[in-house]
Design a binder for this molecule. Sequence first.
Ligand code: SF4
Ligand code: SF4
Ligand code: SF4
Length: 217
Amino acid sequence: EKKLGLVIDLDTCVGCQACVTACKEWNTGGHMAPLTDRDPYGGHVDGVWFNRVHTYEHTTEMGGRTVSFPRSCLHCEQPACVTVCPTGASYKRASDGIVLVDEDKCIGCKLCSWACPYGAREFDTDVGVMKKCTLCVDRIYNDNLAEEDRVPACVAACPTSARHFGDLGDPTSAVSQLVANRGGVDLMPELGYKPTNKYLPPRAHTEHSAKVNAPAL
Ligand code: SF4
Ligand code: SF4
Ligand code: SF4
């Protein structure tokens, strides 16, 4: 069973927001919310942003390092947004597991937005319909793009290669191997929605790595 999704490495994400901007450019024509609409953690409050990155300072449990946390639709196997949608506008594709919104069927009731525990739904007030990350369906199957560009815009844009795209339903895929080798985790697994996207946990910075990473003086 094909399960396309992202594996996001919280150890190497530097919170640069390149993925946020690239996503916005590709999916909504680049109408950027002004900087004043950003929240203090580096995310974006107003406007339609399929991908938001929040930055936190972990003073004790992570050994005093900064952790940035990219957040977008996790393409759940048991998606709450699909269960609650009264019109069938929200659906999960059997062919590849991507969760999408049929904008023609969406009546803008926002039930899905209340139901999604990951805050992944984005209401577009301009057109009155719900939107969210599509895993860039119009890139990943796009024969007009070079093969290396047939990945979500955020993956192509990430300067530290913290974002990986692939088939998490195939245990031999590169993304599945990463999850196995690095101990990839589900976000809030206790809720039972079975997210497809996985996160690779940040590693505490040890005295040794702090020295290695210190700039030469
Ligand atoms: Fe639906 Fe939210 Fe899961 Fe995405 S993260 S599939 S919007 S419940
Ligand atoms: Fe379905 Fe649209 Fe209502 Fe969400 S806002 S539950 S997609 S009809
Ligand atoms: Fe993190 Fe990569 Fe996004 Fe930058 S582009 S915020 S490093 S995931």
